[in-house]
Design a protein around this ligand. Structure first.
Ligand code: SF4
Length: 189
């Protein structure tokens, strides 16, 4: 029988729709950052990945119809690629913090763009409720939403090309929580 958390893919979908109407909703995506980390840090487990990740469910569901279900190239699961991608992802997250800092403390303008694949800038005015969030929070929203859309698109591309959950093999959150769980289990032995 299906449980409530089997429908969290709806939450994932809603996140992207809400962000499209008001960019400030991008902050809700931080839940998908903190909750898996909390499970890994305090429980030493990947409960989030196994049960609560709407994005993972989304790939499983869409993959039934759209995935070619071909073998994923082994380099995608290799350590260097997973850690390299994690490092790249964290660097991009650092850049996002840097831009937010620029707006907050140095009075820079909010960049109203959706940056896809860290390269393509699409003008995007997502401030449909003016003045609700401070400018720095809006800047963070634009950057974070771009990051979430980009990672979802990469996940969908590899879902179509290979297996439905190929993204999970090198997802930065998956890699981070896996490492935390390893440290956790060493400590509790
Ligand atoms: S690896 Fe990433 S996408 Fe996959 S279930 Fe875990 S958090 Fe979700």
């Amino acid at each position: 029988m299906k449980k409530w958390f089997d429908y969290l893919w709806i939450w994932s979908l809603l996140f992207f729709i809400l962000g499209f109407f008001y960019i400030g909703f991008a902050w809700l995506g931080m839940l998908d950052f903190f909750i898996p980390l909390l499970f890994a840090l305090f429980g030493g487990n990947k409960y989030f990945c196994n049960h609560l990740c709407g994005r993972g469910q989304w790939f499983s569901l869409l993959g039934k119809k759209f995935s070619r279900k071909k073998n994923t190239p082994s380099w995608m699961y290799s350590k260097w690629f997973r850690y390299g991608f994690l490092l790249f992802f964290l660097t991009m997250f650092g850049n996002l913090i840097f831009l937010t800092y620029g707006v907050a403390l140095q009075g820079e303008n909010v960049r109203e763009v959706l940056t896809l694949f860290w390269t393509f800038r699409i003008p995007f005015s997502g401030e449909s409720i003016p003045g609700l969030l401070p400018r720095w929070a809006l800047q963070f929203s634009y950057g974070f939403y771009s990051l979430m859309v980009t990672s979802a698109l990469i996940g969908m591309i590899v879902m179509v090309l290979y297996k439905p959950r190929t993204w999970c093999g090198f997802c930065p959150m998956g890699t981070m929580t896996q490492e935390i769980c390893k440290i956790h289990s060493k400590k509790t032995k």
